[in-house]
Design a protein around this ligand. Structure first.
Ligand SMILES: [Zn+2]
Length: 146
């Protein structure tokens, strides 16, 4: 998922109005902020494979640290701890939930390549098999979030 993550960041602003929108976006997109760094240092792998899905040619070969459910729970706790002060008390929980929401939204869009934990089973509902459905759902989410 791409802009759908930002939809949740916008929606979260209503729940935690004192939280910076940048921090809310950062929470929802933390996995995708970590991912290119981990790919660059060789801990995670991606390859270009035209036709891999209808929506993106990226084949997410391995991304256990940035995109597994277990590591996102840990990243969420760390992110919430780091940014707890300006959003306390419910804001910290919201930030952790936003970090973990990334897995849920990517689970819906990705092929079955979303790991539960490093080395664990992978899941995905493959919304990216359909460009019209992807655009419709992501656009609707983004508009609703705004
Ligand atoms: Zn992602």
């Amino acid at each position: 998922m791409f802009i759908g993550h930002f939809a949740l960041g916008f929606a979260a602003k209503r729940v935690a109005p004192r939280a910076s929108l940048a921090v809310l976006f950062g929470a929802a997109q933390l996995a995708d902020l970590l991912w290119p760094v981990l790919v660059a240092v060789g801990l995670e792998q991606v390859r270009i494979d035209p036709g891999n899905t209808a929506f993106t040619p990226l084949d997410f070969v391995s991304y256990p640290y940035s995109h597994s459910l277990l590591t996102l729970l840990i990243w969420g706790a760390l992110f919430a701890w780091v940014f707890r002060a300006p959003t306390r008390p419910r804001g910290a929980l919201l930030l952790a939930a936003l970090v973990v929401s990334h897995w849920v939204l990517d689970f819906v869009t990705h092929r079955p390549d979303m790991p539960l934990y490093p080395g664990g089973a992978k899941f995905g509902l493959d919304l990216w098999a359909s460009v019209p459905a992807t655009v419709a759902i992501e656009t609707a989410m983004f508009v609703a979030g705004v």
